[in-house]
Design a protein around this ligand. Sequence first.
Ligand SMILES: CC(C)(COP(=O)(O)OP(=O)(O)OC[C@H]1O[C@@H](n2cnc3c(N)ncnc32)[C@H](O)[C@@H]1OP(=O)(O)O)[C@@H](O)C(=O)NCCC(=O)NCCS
Length: 414
Amino acid sequence: MDIRTIGEDEIIPWTDAVGIGFLRVPDDAKETREKRIEHWRERADLARTRGAFDGGRCVGTFRSFATGLTVPGGAIVPVSAITNVTVSPTHRRRGLLTEMMGLDLADSAARGEALAILIAAEYRIYGRFGFGVATEYQKLTLDAVRTDFVPDAPVEPGARIELVSAEEVAELGPPLHEEFRPLRPGAIGRTPLWWKMYTGLVSLPMNPVPPRFHAVYRDPSGKVAGLVSYRTDDHWDEFVPKVTLTVDSLLALTPAAEIALWRFCASVDYVERIEGPDRSPDELLPMLVRDPRAITTQSRRDFVWARILDVPAAFSARTYGARDRLVVEVRDDMGYAAGRFAIDGAAEDARCVPTGDPADLVLDASTLGALYLGSGSPVRLAVADRISERTPGAAERAEALLRTPREPWCPDWF
Ligand SMILES: CC(C)(COP(=O)(O)OP(=O)(O)OC[C@H]1O[C@@H](n2cnc3c(N)ncnc32)[C@H](O)[C@@H]1OP(=O)(O)O)[C@@H](O)C(=O)NCCC(=O)NCCS
């Protein structure tokens, strides 16, 4: 078995293997193959794209890319985002994932990336590699007919909603997103290619983008402060419209923009129901409607998993909710996060350094990853014995230190 980074001439077998891992039958059409090579040449950093080859056949895939992750306080930390992880059914459970993960994390640590992140297809795969659930998302449903807003919901007189084309989104979206990112721990970067794929300006036969409407919110000065992308079905029943509008993305810089965009979606004629499949776990919406029962959480799930590779760098980059100093001892079979560290939440100069002081709390690397962005409750983790408290009251202090007022959220699949 040969595990190595791939060349351009291996894009087809590598992407075929990705498809096989995710149960998609490879598409052999010549035109499709040429498009795929062109696309992945631009999309993948081949120096970070690995394949496992058995006698020349690609049977395992693993890719990471550099991006920035917003951490509490608004700093953007360079991280490794892992994706396209597959092992063909013929070669599963022989340690191929373990080997590819080991190689990629070692490279990331050597490059100085403070953490690695990923989205897990199945919950039980990545905890063993030191990843923990760092952000969650919820799937919301709104009864559009019963959704009306409280009279004092934030409104900016003179603001307006405009429908815009895909080309306009590709232009207006990036600066909006750059302003949005620091506001939300858990957000990651979007490349120019991401925007082209999102708007359908670039599309792959394997993952066609559904046609979408896009609307921007312009504040009274004309500045774009929000963007919603949505699609609708065409469901009618006995000449009565019963359309579902699906919000694929809604980003806003202010509560006024956020509410105006939801209000707009709820006011589109024919729409009976709104679905928001990838919403933040702490949406403002239920607090701003007269009848919060018109909004239902269909599910709340794990989303981004984080694996700390450099504890001092990661924990020095974020800010804290209390001026406290806490010593954590981290157990890590892979070694990267192992040791004892003092996290000092000083207001001006929060930092984290290795220490020989006795530990207040003992936890494993995956629990540390889960707590990093401010999600997860140290108190409940201690009750569940996932954190061991060595100083009485330390879990409660960790709760005050690490938790954030807004929950971390990553709006993007990767
Ligand atoms: C998930 C996947 C990549 C695992 O690859 P693999 O080469 O079989 O994994 P390994 O052999 O290195 O397994 C390492 C350990 O993880 C466990 N493991 C791997 N996948 C698991 C899963 N889906 N559920 C539970 N445990 C899993 C193995 O049992 C093994 O445990 P052990 O060390 O106690 O024996 C592969 O099953 C796959 O491609 N699945 C379909 C696509 C997918 O879900 N990819 C992940 C996208 S995020």
